[in-house]
Design a protein around this ligand. Structure first.
Ligand code: FAD
Length: 542
């Protein structure tokens, strides 16, 4: 099996999916970000030059077994980045100055153990690689103090074992989202974890990054779905019991979830599953303003409970996403009709999804509808909701289209309490807009609220502006820094679900304090005494 050859090497996903923008969408874009200069790929795959690979210890090749080592330029390149804007800009620009020396594909947990033992003894750095969809530099090929580096691709860890009575499933780390759901579907159950990267991200990656899917309000974030976990660390194996709850001290399960490959490899995860829902009801509403919409979400979260999906776009996101959805976008026509009938100039789209059996969907929907109506929202129909449900994994393909047109497109997320959410929203949006303008490329910044709790919610920002050719990464870094500093100044979290990786590591002290960072370092020293695991991620290199 040749790893990771089924997606674009320079962008997102299926090479056959290439959305185009219609004239109206192009006009909106020109009006909002100025004219763009097309940015074709600078080099083909064969012209890409990578730094030469260091030879690996022969014991390592024996440990993983024959046919499990891939060291072609293409395989090294495909494991040299994640899928954030800066990663794709470097790939499109034909520039990469680091790559792993080889990609190893262990056949199972025993092979992972052998590989880690050899790497620890020989001083070879290891990057656990799931789907490579990190947007925070989580698989960046940093070597730490070591001269040799492997990418440990976990695609062959594919266990599936369902306990129908307990409603749990043991899943191999290498299963991608659709593969895991398909295997669970055979048993009539679902995991319900649908991040936008669902098509390519893996079970191990979800656990390692504390991922949150689009239906997190109903099904739970991935960390809430984990019932038991295993970690193969260089120093040994850590396993947690599979029981519904324990009061036996601080949670080691929680320590492994979110460990981002810096403590060891997660070969499998036991997750909570649910009976497959018979009914999916998705619909769209319009709130009068972002503040009014947020109040509705708060009322639901603090009162009768949230639907499985609730996603509130601000006015800017509503306008731009509808403009980019093209003339056939169901939501667009319905939204325009709403504006006409109400004599309004703008509003905020709310997508609501409820899943389950007939009776529970009817009951939960009724409670949601009551809160929406009380908060002044207007119903625009099921077709707009269904079109969001069916198109929800298309966004990253559109990013490729926009990058090819010469745009910078990036997203970031944070969260705060309801008391400070408005302040965070204004500060981060303002910082992004100011930083884009300071780069000489004023642009758009918009936001949605999609993961909500009784005490607060997450904010997810998207920004688009003209890319400065040849300087894309520096330009991106300036805007990212401004946004991160605004988040820290408002005491929001540096990441609600994208994780820390390399990009957020400098902000960990603001997140958990000096003692928190020292505690994490002490744990890493215990589990990974020769510091081979994923250098420079989660904790900055000291
Ligand atoms: C277009 C797009 C949309 C996205 N949408 C969402 C979203 O809606 N919600 C969300 O939460 N995230 C989202 N992400 C971010 C990303 O998909 C998640 O962080 C995901 O969980 C990463 O999974 P992966 O398998 O690709 O991991 P990778 O990118 O391969 O790895 C991520 C990190 O986890 C470590 N790791 C991976 N597997 C293991 C393992 N088995 N053991 C130990 N460490 C491991 C890696 O070393 C790395 O540090 C999105 C990304 C993209 C590109």
């Amino acid at each position: 099996m040749n790893p990771r050859r089924d997606s674009k090497w320079w962008g997102w996903g299926d090479p056959g999916v290439e959305p185009e923008l219609d004239e109206a969408a192009l006009a909106t874009l020109r009006e909002r970000v100025g004219s763009l200069e097309p940015a074709p790929l600078a080099a083909g795959l064969e012209e890409f030059s990578l730094p030469p690979a260091q030879p690996l210890p022969p014991a390592l090749l024996e440990a993983v077994g024959s046919g499990a080592v891939f060291d072609s330029a293409e395989d090294r390149l495909r494991h040299a980045t994640g899928c954030g804007y800066a990663d794709l800009a470097r790939l499109r620009g034909g520039r990469l100055d680091a790559a792993p020396d080889a990609v190893l594909l262990p056949a199972g947990a025993d092979a992972v153990r052998r590989v880690l033992d050899v790497c620890a003894a020989e001083g070879v750095a290891v990057i656990p690689f799931g789907g490579g969809t990190s947007v925070v530099g989580g698989v960046e090929p940093l070597r730490g103090e070591h001269s040799r580096l492997i990418s440990l691709d976990l695609a062959r860890l594919r266990a599936v074992e369902v306990d129908r009575r307990a409603l749990t499933a043991r899943l191999g780390a290498g299963l991608r989202g659709p593969e895991a759901e398909a295997a669970l579907g055979v048993e009539g159950v679902v995991l319900g974890h649908f991040p936008q990267s669902f098509e390519y991200a893996t079970i191990g990656g979800f656990a390692a990054t504390r991922s949150a899917g689009q239906a997190s309000s109903g099904y739970g974030r991935f960390d809430e779905l984990v019932s038991a976990i295993r970690l193969q660390a260089p120093a040994g194996e850590l396993c947690t019991l599979q029981t519904p709850h324990t009061a036996a001290g601080p949670s080691l399960r929680e320590l492994v979830v979110g460990s981002e490959g810096v403590l060891g490899v997660i070969p499998e995860v036991t997750v909570r599953v649910r009976p497959a829902p018979a009914v999916h009801r998705y619909e769209a509403w319009v709130a009068e303003s972002f503040e009014a919409g947020a109040e509705i979400v708060r009322a639901l979260a603090q009162g009768p409970g949230l639907p499985d999906v609730i996603r509130l776009s601000d006015e800017e996101e509503t306008e731009v996403s509808l403009a980019l959805s093209g003339p056939r976008g169901a939501a667009k026509a319905l939204f325009e009709r709403y504006l006409r009938l109400r004599g309004k100039r703008g509003g905020c789209l709310v997508v609501v999804g409820v899943e389950g059996d007939e009776e529970s969907v009817a009951r939960r929907r009724a409670l949601t509808v009551r809160a929406l109506r009380r908060g002044g929202a207007a119903y625009i129909g099921q077709s707009a909701g269904r079109s969001w449900e069916h198109g929800r994994f298309q966004g990253p393909y559109l990013r490729d289209t926009l990058m090819g047109m010469g745009a910078m497109v990036e997203t970031l997320e944070t969260s705060h309490t309801w008391s400070r959410l408005g302040e965070l929203y204004a500060a981060v949006g303002g910082a992004i807009r100011d930083a884009m303008a300071a780069q000489g490329t004023p642009g758009l910044a918009f936001c949605h609220l999609s993961h909500a709790y009784a005490d607060g919610a997450s904010l997810y920002f998207t920004f688009i502006c003209r890319a400065r050719h040849g300087e894309e990464v520096e330009q991106w870094r300036a805007v990212k820094r401004a946004a991160s500093e605004a988040i820290v100044a408002a005491a929001g979290t540096i990441t609600h679900h994208h994780a820390v990786g390399r990009d957020h590591a400098p902000y960990m002290e603001a997140e958990v304090g000096e003692m928190g960072v020292e505690t994490l370092r002490a744990i890493k020293d215990q589990l990974d005494p020769t510091a081979i695991m994923n250098p420079g991620k989660l904790l900055s290199e000291s």
